[in-house]
Design a binder for this molecule. Structure first.
Ligand SMILES: *Cc1c(COP(=O)(O)O)cnc(C)c1O
Length: 381
């Protein structure tokens, strides 16, 4: 029963009951943890926040499912909670995972530190190289995990091909859609089974809560929810209420972020103080055509390597007045983060700066970057 209205409409109305409780346009927060049961029923029927069955959590789940075009969704205490719970719902001891991506540091750390202990094995392969997935396939392979846009290199793998490959080989396909958001890419539409998010980033968008989400079929989400309930990592109802509020403006925010990222990427690409830029919206990005065919927009993250290494990166970040120098991404405030990428391809090895576009006016961001780049030692010589 998928909702066919346009995304901007879904962001406001998808999964909203009409009328909501008490006639309120906004679904209320049920902060209570104890609910009366039907005297004829069992305790198992009572809503309970750890199990994600509190009415505000259920409301958020309907909203998240509508936005990703899925039958069902479950919210988690963090993005890592979403990824680890989703993996636990599909992998058992002895199973193998094809991990096709550069991967968010936390995901890579989880696999490196915990997979072997859980009896899982995995191969890290290039998300843009189907031959590499084929070579990694084993009789024990049960799942394929990828990312819609990688962080911080903004690679866009062969995503439709990866979902197809998983289906052909009977694997569960999982994708971390945090950087793209459903505004830019809806993975279920190309066949992904489970979509994970760090809702801490753009889904909430206001840098004021930590949350995650997993979407998929009713059957798959029931399994994810069962693992989540046992591990006790569901999202608190008040955070669920705030996240449902953040989702209302998702389409507007992400559209503006995409425009701002594109404007700054174009300035960087043309600037003498910048050695290399990665943004899927630039025609010179190696995955630009793939992204243009699959996506509506190119995301909010731009990564660039200044000429002059660490001293230049430091000078630029210090000179910027609008973006906060802070980790994270996807919020309404622009952020910049300095990172060291040793051995990275595409001219990005060494000291780089990741820019997460906020929703400020593009002109102000472009002017700010222009004045900051002029402070770089590379621009002064
Ligand atoms: C931040 C992030 C995560 C982890 O999310 P938390 O909410 O911090 O647990 C996972 N994947 C990606 C791509 C991220 O950017």
């Amino acid at each position: 029963m998928s909702d066919t209205r346009r995304f901007a409409t879904l962001a406001v109305h998808g999964g909203e009951p009409r009328p909501a409780a008490g006639g309120s346009v906004v679904f209320p927060v049920f902060q209570g943890t104890v609910f009366e049961t039907d005297p004829g029923g069992g305790v198992g029927d009572a809503p309970y926040s750890r199990l994600g069955t509190n009415p505000t959590q259920r409301h958020l789940h309907r909203r998240l499912a509508a936005l990703e075009g899925a039958e069902a969704a479950v919210a988690t205490a963090s993005g890592m909670g979403a990824i680890t719970t989703a993996l636990h719902s599909v992998l058992a001891t002895g199973d193998h995972l094809i991990a096709a991506g550069d991967f968010y540091g936390g995901t890579l750390q989880f696999l490196t530190e915990h997979a072997a202990r859980l009896g899982w094995s995995f191969d890290l392969v290039d998300p843009g190289d189907p031959d590499a997935w084929r070579r990694a396939l084993r009789p024990s392979t049960k799942a394929l995990l990828t990312e819609s846009i990688t962080n911080p290199l903004t690679a866009v793998g062969d995503l439709a091909g990866a979902a197809r490959f998983a289906r052909e080989h009977g694997l569960t396909s999982l994708i971390d859609n945090t950087l793209a958001t459903p505004v830019v890419f809806r993975p279920h539409a190309v066949g992904f089974d489970l979509v994970c998010h760090s809702a801490t980033k753009a889904l909430n968008g206001h840098s004021d809560l930590t949350a995650g989400a997993v979407t998929g079929s009713r059957e798959r989400i029931a399994r994810v929810a069962a693992v989540l309930g046992s591990y006790g990592a569901s999202l608190d109802p008040h955070a669920a209420f705030l996240l449902a509020r953040g989702l209302k403006t998702l389409a507007l925010r992400v559209q503006r972020q995409n425009e701002n990222a594109q404007a700054v990427a174009e300035l960087l690409a043309a600037h003498a103080a910048v050695a290399a830029v990665r943004y899927p919206g630039l025609p010179q990005h190696p995955d630009h055509r793939r992204a243009a065919a699959l996506f509506d927009g190119f995301g909010s993250v731009v990564t660039f390597r200044p000429v002059g290494g660490a001293p230049a990166a430091e000078a630029i970040v210090k000179a910027l007045r609008l973006p906060y120098a802070a980790p994270s991404l996807g919020g309404v405030e622009s952020l910049v983060t300095r990172l060291r990428l040793d051995g990275a391809a595409h001219g990005m090895s060494g000291e780089v700066v990741r820019f997460s576009a906020g929703i400020e006016a593009a002109e102000d961001l472009v002017e700010d970057f222009a004045q900051a780049l002029a402070q770089s030692p590379a621009a002064l010589v």
